[in-house]
Design a protein around this ligand. Structure first.
Ligand code: AMP
Length: 404
């Protein structure tokens, strides 16, 4: 609604400025893609793919899906357009709506919005630290406090299978006392058990084997380097060995930003490495790392804080009475807007009194009053709304008389 859009614009503008200051360039991809793209990349056993996609057939029977996230579409678009050049880092950002058929609740919607970044072409942990730093600086610029960065590694295809075996072994004897979802997860996606919020499951999850004790030397070394860089950047973070992501394409270092100011849906940002996705989607092997921030959740925090987002004020309102005056008013609007002065006019043919009420409601800084008298004199009355003072100025000099 218009009253709320000021805060949306503030978040989007701050995101654009933050990303562009770090040399990320905007990419815009379609709202829907071939279903297969998401099934292949996010993972066929994930909640998103099995339960949450808005999938439909088009008139030719092709299966399409409203995008539940943007990483896979960005990779698809980059591969198709040959954006990934060897030995070159490509930094992109996006802003837009995503769709997941989830149970709606506070902080969880079926259409929601994300701003996010993706960086392709480097497997060096310095770029992991770079993107976490970009996320943190976005939150700083938005004035958000009480946020915590959690970081972990989910291993790579070389070392994750043996970790998953450990998890299966550990949970195997306990699964009878765990929730139905976890029973399914044990079979198809044991890593996701670590993310279960069920109390009965939590008891066992807290003592489960930690990925950092099982991942391979390369994943561990990368993770430790990222940690070292973050310390150098003086970014506060916690190592959370229960942090897993809901999408299968992640490899190695992953992270989330959590807010202490939200309820159960407390993640405002999720991201990490996905070094194999470009190749899996038909491109040349290209390491990558990215994150996505949930806009609704940011706005929820901003609404709860008493930081006021300044709303834009109208500069000039024109109250013109009579046909000729309305014509002059229209001409003045064009002139003022051309000079960057925001301006509007009362477009209803009515009395000056009614027009002045409309001027008050518009909350403009100045009102220009034009009636028959003024037309004769080639003048307007310039009223400063704050103190009600008025003076006559020549119609050709209005712009110069406004102290904005
Ligand atoms: P994900 O793509 O699941 O890693 O989500 C990244 C971020 O998007 C999360 O941290 C949330 O802030 C936000 N998000 C994900 N799903 C939803 C949803 N259904 N409604 C609102 N925000 C969401």
């Amino acid at each position: 609604m218009p009253d709320a859009s000021g805060v949306w614009q503030f978040v989007e503008k701050t995101a654009r400025e933050t990303f562009e200051a770090a040399n990320f360039r905007e990419i815009r991809t379609p709202i829907f893609e071939s279903t297969d793209l998401f099934a292949r990349s996010i993972g066929s056993t994930t909640d998103i793919v099995t339960k949450e996609m808005y999938t439909f057939q088009d008139r030719k029977g092709r299966s399409l899906t409203l995008r539940p996230e943007e990483t896979a579409p960005v990779v698809r678009a980059c591969v198709e357009n040959n954006l990934m050049v060897p030995d070159n880092v490509v930094k992109l950002y996006y802003i837009g709506p995503m769709f997941r058929y989830e149970r709606p609740q506070a902080g969880r919607y079926r259409q929601f919005h994300q701003v996010g970044v993706e960086a392709f072409g480097s497997d060096d942990p310095s770029i992991d630290a770079e993107i976490i730093a970009v996320a943190v600086s976005l939150f700083e610029k938005l004035g958000l406090e009480n946020l915590r960065v959690n970081i972990n590694s989910v291993g790579c295809p070389d070392c994750r299978p043996s970790y998953l075996e450990e998890l299966k072994k550990y949970f195997g004897s306990k699964i009878g006392e765990m929730c139905d979802e976890c029973k399914k997860r044990l079979e198809f996606n044991p890593l996701r058990i670590l993310d279960c919020k069920n109390e009965a499951c939590q008891k066992y999850i807290s003592k489960a084997p930690a990925p950092l004790d099982y991942i391979c030397g390369k994943c561990k070394a990368d993770f430790e380097k990222a940690v070292k860089y973050l310390k150098g950047l003086k970014i506060d973070f916690e190592i959370n060995n229960r942090l897993v992501r809901g999408l299968d394409y992640y490899t190695g270092t992953t992270f989330e930003v959590i807010s202490g100011k939200l309820g159960a849906q407390n993640a405002v940002c999720g991201g990490g490495r996905y070094d194999n996705l470009v190749e899996e989607l038909g491109g040349r092997k290209t390491p990558a790392v990215g994150f996505a921030v949930g806009v609704e959740r940011i706005i929820e925090i901003l609404k709860g804080s008493n930081k006021l987002i300044p709303s834009k004020k109208l500069d000039v309102f024109i109250a013109a009475v009579g046909e000729e005056a309305m014509g002059e008013g229209l001409r003045l609007l064009r002139e003022l807007r051309g000079l960057g002065v925001s301006s509007d006019m009362d477009f209803i043919d009515r009395s000056l009194k009614a027009k002045m009420k409309a001027a008050d409601r518009s909350k403009a800084k100045f009102t220009l009053i034009i009636g028959d008298e003024e037309i004769k004199k080639n003048a307007v009355i310039l009223r400063t709304m704050e103190d009600g003072s008025q003076r006559e100025v020549s119609i050709d000099k209005v712009a110069g008389e406004l102290s904005l």
